[in-house]
Write a new protein. Structure first.
Length: 49
């Protein structure tokens, strides 16, 4: 007989909602961080150049 392996339970709706909300926060933080880094980088280039 073949052994049955236990399959982990699928995530609940609440867990997926939390994950989607956290992902949204992460992408917002990433966009702001990239924008601020670009502005600082351009300012440094203007000061050096």
């Amino acid at each position: 007989m073949a052994e049955q392996t236990s399959i982990p339970n699928s995530p609940t709706h609440h867990e997926m909602t939390d994950h989607v909300r956290d992902y949204g926060r992460f992408t917002t933080m990433f966009k702001w961080g990239a924008s601020i880094s670009a502005i600082i980088g351009l300012a440094v280039l203007l000061i050096i150049g």
